[in-house]
Design a binder for this molecule. Structure first.
Ligand SMILES: Nc1nc2c(c(=O)[nH]1)N=C([C@H](O)[C@H](O)COP(=O)(O)OP(=O)(O)OP(=O)(O)O)CN2
Ligand SMILES: [Zn+2]
Length: 148
C-alpha cells in the first residue's frame, strides 16, 4: 500500500494521576505526531496536487487546525482529575484541554486519531483516509494506532 506521512511537533503538559512513579507529577513533553495517509494518487493534469495523495502542506494545515494548534502549549487533563482541573480553572485564560481518558500516550494517540480521522476522510473522492498515527511522548516512548 502506498502511503504518505507528515510529522509535526507540539508541546503540552499532562500527568497520570495514579501513576506509581514520576508521571503523577505535573510535567510536559515535546510530543511528535506522525500522520500517515492512504488513498489514490491524484491524476489531474495541471493540478497543483497532480501526482500526490495529498499535498504535505494541506496535511499540515488540517493537522494544525484539528489537533496541533488545539493541544500546543495546553495542559491535557483527565476529566476525572478534579484537583488539577480546579487548579487550572483558577488560572485566568489558561489553555486547558479536557481528555475523556487518562492522558497516557496510548489514550492521547487514540484521541488524536479520532480527531483527525474525520478531517482527512475522503476529501478528494480518492479514498483518502487516515491510515496510521504515531504519537511520541519522548524520543524513547510512543504509541501507534492503525485504522481497522
Ligand atoms: N505505557 C505507558 N507508560 C508510561 C506512560 C504512558 O503514557 N504510557 N507515560 C509515562 C510518563 O508520562 C512519561 O511520558 C514517560 O517517562 P519515562 O519513562 O521517564 O520516559 P523517558 O523517555 O524520559 O525515559 P528514559 O528512561 O529517559 O528513556 C510513564 N510510563
Ligand atoms: Zn509524561
Amino acid at each position: 500500500m502506498l502511503t504518505i506521512t507528515r510529522k509535526l511537533e507540539f508541546d503540552a503538559g499532562h500527568r497520570i494521576p495514579d501513576h506509581k512513579s514520576q508521571c503523577r507529577n505535573l510535567h510536559g513533553h515535546r510530543y511528535t505526531v506522525e500522520i500517515t495517509l492512504a488513498g489514490a494518487v491524484i491524476e489531474e493534469e495541471g493540478s497543483s496536487d497532480n501526482g500526490m495523495i495529498m499535498d504535505f502542506s494541506d496535511v499540515k494545515a488540517l493537522a494544525k487546525q484539528h489537533l496541533v494548534d488545539v493541544w500546543d502549549h495546553a495542559f491535557l487533563v483527565y476529566k476525572k482529575d478534579s484537583a488539577v482541573r480546579e487548579f487550572l480553572e483558577s488560572i485566568p485564560g489558561h489553555k486547558t484541554v479536557i481528555i475523556d481518558s487518562i492522558p497516557t500516550v496510548e489514550n492521547l494517540a487514540r484521541t488524536a486519531f479520532n480527531l483527525l480521522k474525520a478531517a482527512y476522510q475522503d476529501r478528494y473522492g480518492t479514498g483518502l483516509r487516515l491510515q496510521k498515527l504515531v504519537l511520541h511522548e519522548t524520543p524513547n516512548c510512543w504509541a501507534e494506532i492503525t485504522a481497522d
